[in-house]
Design a binder for this molecule. Structure first.
Ligand SMILES: [Ca+2]
Ligand SMILES: [Ca+2]
Length: 224
């Protein structure tokens, strides 16, 4: 009886070892090596009413995001275009110039829904997108929709990575993701390895301003 139990245990151990070998991805992951800008000194305001659609700030750092080993920010220096041909302030290159402090210059687009689009020059299996709109002043942006495609017109093969337009203002379909406070951590969006060349991101002003500001966008993927 005792022998049988020991054998059963060792079989269980063998299965555990096998399943670990099959699931090799766990061993090939590491914490995304994000370099965060300094926090804004203004923190989170108490005078913005939190609806059920706004994520409650935890006051704690975001848990590490596990990504394939060796991923890089492939958006750095890549071309940015927009629905707004004549930004109110800044230039499109500011979105991918690597500068993301609260005090750094940002791209500022006109009011109403606007989008920016990144061309990664070829398809990459994306681990994550991180976006910093404007976090110098505490605010919640409206209608954040982030999508990817190999079609620059976004008519075919579109994957929605994030959508917090819960009341469908953009008419792209109502989203289930939460609105959130902009902070120095930016918003990290899990892309689950989906391979795309173009990324389009919408916004529709914030609780602070009707304008649409983009400080930086990072796109993390293996370089291949
Ligand atoms: Ca920048
Ligand atoms: Ca909305």
């Amino acid at each position: 009886m005792k022998m049988q139990k020991v054998r059963m245990l060792s079989v269980a151990a063998l299965f555990a070892a096998l399943s670990f070998t099959v699931n090799t991805s766990a061993a090939d992951l590491e914490a995304l090596p994000l370099q965060l800008p300094k926090p804004s000194e203004q923190g989170t305001p108490s005078d913005i009413e939190l609806s059920e659609y706004v994520e409650k700030p935890t006051g704690k750092p975001r848990p590490a995001f596990m990504a394939p080993k060796g991923v890089k920010n492939i958006a750095l220096g890549k071309k940015v275009t927009s629905s707004d041909d004549s930004p109110l302030a800044g230039t499109f290159d500011l979105v991918t110039d690597g500068n993301k402090e609260a005090t750094d210059e940002f791209l500022e687009l006109h009011r109403k829904p606007q989008w920016i689009q990144l061309d990664l020059e070829k398809s990459y299996p994306l681990a994550a997108i991180v976006v910093w709109h404007s976090f110098a002043t505490p605010q919640v942006y409206r209608d954040i929709v982030v999508m990817g495609s190999d079609d620059p017109e976004f008519k075919e093969g579109v994957t929605i990575f994030y959508n917090n337009d819960y009341d469908n203002n953009l008419k792209l379909g109502a989203g289930k993701d939460l609105e959130y406070f902009e902070t120095h951590e930016g918003r990290l969006i899990d892309c689950k390895g989906k391979k795309v060349r173009y990324i389009r991101m919408y916004s529709n002003g914030s609780t602070f301003s009707k304008l649409n500001r983009y400080t930086e966008v990072e796109v993390w993927a293996p370089e291949e």
